[in-house]
Design a protein around this ligand. Sequence first.
Ligand code: ATP
Length: 249
Amino acid sequence: MGPSIKMENVGVHFDLPQARSQGIMNSFKTVALGGVITQQKRRVGISALDNVSLNLKTGDRVALIGHNGAGKTTLLRILAGIIPPTSGKIRVEGRISSLISIQLGLNNHATGRDNIRLRARYMGFNEEEIDQQFADIIEFSNLNDFIDLPMRSYSSGMRLRLAFAIATAFRPDILILDEWLSAGDENFQKKASQRLGSLIDRTGIFIFASHNSQVQARTCNKGIVLRRGKILFRGDIDEAIKFNRTTEY
Ligand SMILES: Nc1ncnc2c1ncn2[C@@H]1O[C@H](COP(=O)(O)OP(=O)(O)OP(=O)(O)O)[C@@H](O)[C@H]1O
């Protein structure tokens, strides 16, 4: 059986205890962006996702579309297990790789070489799998002798190259991407784009939040339009992009 994702009536609510104020609802009511700001008694919160159900299987390449604050990143974070849903159920079969915070888990005091192992273990890969990709990661990051120096001696671009090379080296069953990743100088960016594209092609399920509908049209076959935490439309990618472009909401 291939990878699958099943979400049933998932909701995410953020409590904002520090925002207890009577006036807050009035000042935010008319804003069309973001999740729905809620207020019970004097407790303010944000409903970032509301009653979202999804059924994804192998071959699904899903674009998440929607305005700022619509809930795209929250949905990705739920799927990646970074935050739990407040309500509803979620079931994921298969190994997930999230390219949301690719520098997380890297250690400034360790060498590039040691960081490859650290970060790959953090992603859930075993020593054998790491050994298989080790040389490729070193070659792709193109750090030459820097790979044996502690990461604190790297420039931010070098750090990103290493993080990118590691994050894209292992083929997961499910790949999660929040905006297209790019790293390094112009030359490296071209290489990085190709590598990311090839990883997406080889992944069973791909979920991609972005404001760039051109890239989404190229890499996805389905689209989900979110508005204020709810699914407003789902269908073929072209229809979803068209819906988003032509519907006032
Ligand atoms: N940690 C948090 N605490 C409180 N509210 C949050 C938190 N994270 C997100 N939100 C709120 O949840 C809603 C959805 O945010 P989310 O980041 O999922 O939107 P998005 O669709 O990814 O937006 P963008 O296109 O701007 O990246 C927004 O109203 C945001 O303010």
